[in-house]
Write a new protein. Sequence first.
Length: 276
Amino acid sequence: MPGRPTLLAVAHGTRAAAGVATTEALLARVRALRPDLRVEHCYLDLVSPSLPEALTRLRGAVVLVPLLLGTGYHHRVDIPAAVAAAPRLQARIARPLGPHPLLAAALTDRLHAAGWRPRAPRSALVLAAAGSTDPAAGVDTAAMAALLRERLPGRPPVVPANLCGAGPSPAEAVTALRAAGHRQVAVAEYLLSPGFFARRAAASGACLTAAPLGAHDALARLVVLRYQEALASPGLASAPLASPGLATPPLPSAPLPSAPLATPPLPSAPFPSAPV
């Protein structure tokens, strides 16, 4: 099998044209980081090409990188089912993007761009996620809130909230933080792109709301990292990718808009060709 496996980015899908444009802009940055890779994309809902359509068009080895911020039904059920229906492909499914410190870097940049400045001890944040009925998604969002808090000066409280599903809504979290004495309460949109959820998050009553993550350089680096992890780790494989020469070069060292963020080196061992 010549070349490297195709990177197939799997986005959720949105009716908002700005959301689709954001996905395409993010993948343009991924292609700039890794011009040696074939990068394709598809959507789980609302937008074409769909995941089954994309898999039908591809041949050989594919690494599916979900553009999802946490574990949930799409990652556990929908994507593996689509892969199982395309047995002629050699496919691996990478982990969702979040939680990860690179996302904390991007969230911090969005907060600063919105004008947020911490005023300890009265500042607090709400991390507004889309939400899910899957309990694992809530665990991931809470872990992301902890990563964001560790990155911010003064380590202000960061409360995870969901725009749908279980847990407090962003509006409820803002109200509770104000009742606890935090006068400056901001919302960080833990969303990839503009759309319905982003508008709901902006209406939560916070003093300011940061923009969604968007086509941030940190996200582009994270997409490539998840691709590399899927190649290096047999535990992430949904089907064997048998080829002896697919070592991928390290991520470019281009600076992020925020402070540099160390990412653990990827394993250097060749990935296995045996089924997992």
